[in-house]
Design a protein around this ligand. Structure first.
Ligand code: SF4
Length: 119
């Protein structure tokens, strides 16, 4: 039996997941919690948020995130892949800064606008 907090909504239900009963979830107040609890034990995923190097703007880093959640086990490799990325202003929120992250088919996108500036 595993205990975890559901992070799907702010209510934060305390879930219990029984691995011996086909990942039966109890403590959830809605079906999304049951899905989250089962997935969290079988194949946990997270949205990766990070920053990449930015040139031609007033600041040097551009915040980014994956468009969809990726497998938690890929987080470290994904962060390393983003170390090699540099974007150049102007950047628009939603611009793809790295496509098909690690062959997942999931893009990494900018989460903020950065107009081009002269330094
Ligand atoms: S189980 Fe449902 S109500 Fe409870 S935290 Fe998860 S999403 Fe929210």
């Amino acid at each position: 039996m595993k205990e975890l907090i559901c992070i799907v909504c702010p209510r934060g239900c305390h879930l219990r997941v029984d691995e011996e009963k086909d990942y039966l979830v109890t403590g959830n107040s809605c079906p999304r919690g049951a899905e989250y609890g089962k997935n969290e034990l079988l194949h946990p995923v997270r949205v990766l948020t990070s920053t990449v190097r930015l040139e031609g703007a007033a600041v040097r880093r551009c915040p980014v995130k994956t468009r969809q959640p990726i497998a938690r086990e890929l987080m470290l490799r994904a962060a390393k892949a983003l170390d090699a990325v540099t974007v150049t202003a102007p950047v628009r929120c939603g611009d793809v800064v790295l496509s098909d992250l690690l062959g997942t088919g999931i893009d990494v996108v900018a989460t903020k606008d950065f107009p081009k500036t002269e330094r």
